[in-house]
Design a protein. Structure first.
Length: 259
């Protein structure tokens, strides 16, 4: 890990030095764990590069929403920093007019490259700036939602949570521990979203799993009951906030657990 971290940090320094002096690029910043100041020895690099509008058509060109490989221009850029062995693009993850390219290098380093035209660029607040030659506007946090929007969000998250509880119970009955763990994680994410919305906050990001690891069937059944009971206990607060929530959904879950 020491060797990996040293390589990654050296690559970051190389990116900082070289991108600033490439006439095509006018700003760059890090997002993800580096942007939040929460990086550790395992963290990858999430990089946004703002392209001068005179060069944006060529650099940000996309011909499909997602694909393996990338354009010749982006291939030349990303190959400066190591030998790519896997390249995948999903441009729905990029801002309007931009491109999103994930690259796995032979060294094990992973860099997510986002290229965005200067005319479309907004820099999120949770970023680490590498350079900015043009003063890219900062994207401020959205204003607090009104009561109706909060109630709709709470109702949707509650419905989603209880919808997931049944496939979790079915996975438990089938002895499918992998599927159970995946659905339990989604349920914990919905619970987190509900609690944040009740507090008038945005959900806090964490790189770690939210759900406990449950290797035995007994632990799985208890974990499912625990998260369901916690969420069921929030029903009064949800209704007080104006959200419509299911009636006695816990009884349905228990039916599946006792079948």
């Amino acid at each position: 890990m020491d060797a990996y971290t040293e390589l990654r940090d050296a690559t970051l320094q190389q990116l900082r030095r070289e991108l600033e002096f490439d006439e095509r690029f006018v700003a760059a910043w890090l997002t993800g764990s580096f942007g939040r100041g929460e990086e550790d020895e395992f963290s990858d690099i999430d990089l946004t590069i703002v392209v001068d509008d005179a060069h944006a058509v060529r650099v940000c060109e996309t011909n499909a929403r997602s694909n393996a490989g990338t354009s010749a221009v982006r291939q030349q850029i990303v190959s400066r920093y190591g030998e790519p062995i896997v390249v995948h693009e999903h441009h729905g993850n990029a801002p309007a007019g931009g491109s999103f390219t994930s690259v796995v290098y032979r060294t094990g380093l992973v860099i997510d490259w986002i290229f965005v035209p200067g005319s479309e660029a907004l820099r999120p607040m949770a970023t680490t700036l590498l350079f900015d030659a043009v003063g890219v506007p900062i994207q401020r946090e959205p204003p607090p939602s009104n009561d109706a929007e909060i109630a709709a969000r709470l109702a949707e998250r509650s419905a989603f949570f209880w919808l997931l509880a049944i496939p979790a119970a079915k996975a438990w009955r089938r002895g499918d521990g992998g599927k159970f763990q995946a659905v339990l994680e989604l349920m914990h994410g919905a619970e987190r979203d509900i609690l944040a919305a009740l507090r008038g906050e945005l959900p806090a990001y964490t790189r770690r799993s939210l759900a406990p690891f449950c290797p035995t069937r007994g632990e799985q059944r208890q974990a499912l009951r625990d998260v369901c009971r916690r969420t069921a206990a929030l029903s009064g607060e949800l209704r007080a906030a104006g959200a419509e929530v299911p009636e006695r959904p816990m009884a349905v879950v228990e039916t599946w657990l006792k079948l």
